[in-house]
Design a protein around this ligand. Structure first.
Ligand code: FAD
Ligand code: MLT
Ligand code: ZN
Length: 547
């Protein structure tokens, strides 16, 4: 049976249903205090999932390899070192329940999700109100104590953990939903609300959060806003720049900026809240409240898993999907066969297309209000692309279980990476590249390196590149040799193709040095001036973004 017949058979037999450094005196980096951590790649899938689900122990079984940091970052000696008086003062602000000095808790909060970056904060604060955040920052500014705003600590660029001994200010205790207007769909909540909690709250009311990502069980809306998280359905719902209507932000001097508008239209002067949505990553202020426009949750969901022989077909598929699925298209994700095989091997998930031997796979989702109409649309679309030869094999989920299974495979694309590097490290890149050029980078890198795992949000021109070292032997020289093959090449190539070195994860600590690849010197200079104006003592998330 040829491929076309295979697909047609599948389609016919399966009924679908619902589906700043100036003047600074400094000391050199103490690598025992700031260390690059490599994963313990033999962590089980469950342990990895536990990181995404709060409340589970994940640090157990974790063996960390440390090598000297390649970065030349030094502690800024203008920052004060905490003393007893400071701790007493902070305790007076947040009370004993908001002040954490316990070693184990600090260990978790000091370590990033990738277990690649680790700080040595001696104090973690959990404010319970905007006023407490304001008091913390006011005092920290006056004493020049550096702080790191932290949400769910799921960031992938080392932005959410201290580089040295900065105080961690975690927003998790500020997790109240303030109001929800069922007519306008506008939700107002505190910054520490967990994304999944908000989505469940909204689902009960027939609405949904316009952002979805694999870390939803842990990430907080304040962290999402501060990184302008993109996620899986940006193609449909757009970025947070459009959906966030208002913010409350606390500046480094303790000023509470009330920009918590819940108006769809508000052109009164500069739209300052946008400064704190993406780009800022906790370097300009602490987001304490958020107003977001939420869409209706639509009942009809259909998901297809389709195989294409070449990248050109994937691009044409995007065009056709936009043409035929238009308003119902809600996700367009891609993975290549190398990555998919690896994910399936480690996750135990079943290949949705067991007979397919194609190089590219697409997960396409539609979401609408009319099941028969949406089903017919997807059927017609698949029939068209099949006839055009753009797709050679495919299947459409026939029930909610299958829909979840397909999405589970997608969300595992990243979670299943570590087993690949059982003997090594994973270098993670998150790039925006014009769609026509996007996969060229993967092929070029594959000529330089053994293992390159590629997937991403093709609909958004967002490539996730994950490079692992098959023979990592814990020697620093290997680390540097491998890294030299990747950087700065990946950044230079991306810049040469008019891409961005940070599509959705931000710059954090990992890519602060790379900002120049995607922003002009004049732009970076203006950013520095804005940072100096909003945070004159530079206490907010130092060494990050434009460090
Ligand atoms: P944190 O990691 O705690 O912090 C991130 C940054 O924001 C830091 O610089 C921190 O200082 C700052 N920050 C946090 N809270 C505040 C606040 N209240 N005020 C000011 N600054 C603050 N990202 C995507 O864009 N798309 C994806 O599809 C995606 N998928 C992911 C899947 C997995 C499994 C994982 C682990 C991560 C994924 N990420 C993705 C990355 C990450 O989840 C997002 O960047 C998320 O928005 C971070 O939220 P958080 O609450 O964990 O923030
Ligand atoms: C994703 O799309 O899964 C996330 O951005 C995490 C990753 O880079 O894999
Ligand atoms: Zn992503």
């Amino acid at each position: 049976m040829n491929k076309r017949c295979t697909l047609l058979t599948r389609l016919s037999i399966r009924a679908r249903s619902t589906g700043d450094e100036e003047n600074s005196s400094s000391t050199t980096l103490d690598t025992s205090r700031y260390t690059f951590f490599f994963h313990e790649f033999s962590l089980s899938f469950q342990n990895l999932i536990a990181r995404v689900s709060p409340g589970k122990k994940w640090l157990e079984n974790c063996r960390a390899y440390s090598v000297p940091a390649s970065s030349k970052v030094v502690r800024d000696e203008r920052f004060a070192t905490l003393d007893d008086q400071d701790i007493k003062h902070f305790s007076g602000i947040v009370g004993s329940k908001g002040l954490v000095v316990d070693k184990d808790e600090l260990e978790v909060a000091n370590t990033d999700w990738m277990r690649k970056f680790k700080g040595s904060a001696q104090l973690l604060l959990r404010p319970q109100s905007s006023n407490q955040v304001a008091e913390i920052l006011k005092y920290s500014s006056s004493r020049r104590i550096a702080v790191v705003p932290q949400g769910g600590n799921t960031g992938l660029v080392g932005g959410s953990v201290p580089v040295f001994d900065e105080v961690i200010v975690n927003l998790g205790a500020m997790n109240s939903i303030i109001s929800f207007d069922e007519v306008s769909g506008i939700l107002i909540c505190e910054a520490g609300c967990i994304l999944e909690t908000l989505d469940k709250f909204l689902a009960d009311k027939g609405f949904m959060f316009p952002l979805d990502l694999g870390a939803k069980g842990s990430c907080q809306i304040g962290g999402n806003v501060s990184t302008n998280a993109g996620g899986l359905r940006l193609i449909r719902y757009g970025s947070l720049h459009g959906n966030i209507l208002g913010l409350e932000v606390v500046l480094s001097d303790g000023t509470i900026l009330d920009m918590l508008s819940s108006l769809r239209k508000d052109n009164t002067g500069y739209d300052l809240k946008q400064l704190f949505i993406a780009g800022a990553e906790g370097t300009l202020g602490v987001v304490t409240k958020v107003a977001v426009l939420t869409p209706q949750k639509l009942p009809s969901v259909n998901v297809g898993f389709l195989a294409c022989t070449d990248y050109t077909s994937c691009q044409k598929m995007l065009l056709e999907a936009r043409k035929h699925l238009g308003e119902v298209l809600s996700a367009f994700e891609f993975i290549d066969s190398f990555a998919l095989d690896m994910v399936l091997k480690h996750s135990g998930d079943r290949h949705p297309l067991p007979d397919a031997k194609e190089k590219f796979y697409l997960l396409i989702e539609t979401t609408g209000s009319n099941q028969s109409h949406d089903k017919e649309k997807l059927d017609n679309f698949v029939e068209t692309v099949l006839t055009q030869g753009l797709v050679v094999d495919g299947t459409i989920a026939q029930d909610n279980t299958q829909i979840s299974n397909f999405w589970h495979i997608r969300e595992a694309w990243f979670l299943q990476l570590p087993p690949l590097g059982k003997a090594g490290a994973v270098y993670k890149y998150d790039l925006s590249i014009p769609i026509k050029d996007l996969y060229n980078l993967v092929e070029i890198l594959r000529e330089r390196l053994a293992t390159v795992v590629a997937y991403g949000h093709l609909g958004d021109g967002n490539l996730h590149l994950n490079i692992s070292a098959p023979d990592y032997d814990e020697k620093a020289s290997f680390f540097f040799q491998l890294l030299a093959k990747i950087e700065p090449f990946v950044y230079e190539w991306t810049a040469a193709h008019k891409g961005s070195v940070s599509a959705e994860h931000g710059l954090g600590f990992m890519k602060a040095h790379a900002i120049h690849y995607s922003r002009s010197p004049e732009t970076v200079e203006l950013m520095r001036k804005m940072k100096a104006m909003l945070d004159p003592n530079g206490i907010l998330n130092p060494y990050k973004v434009i460090a």
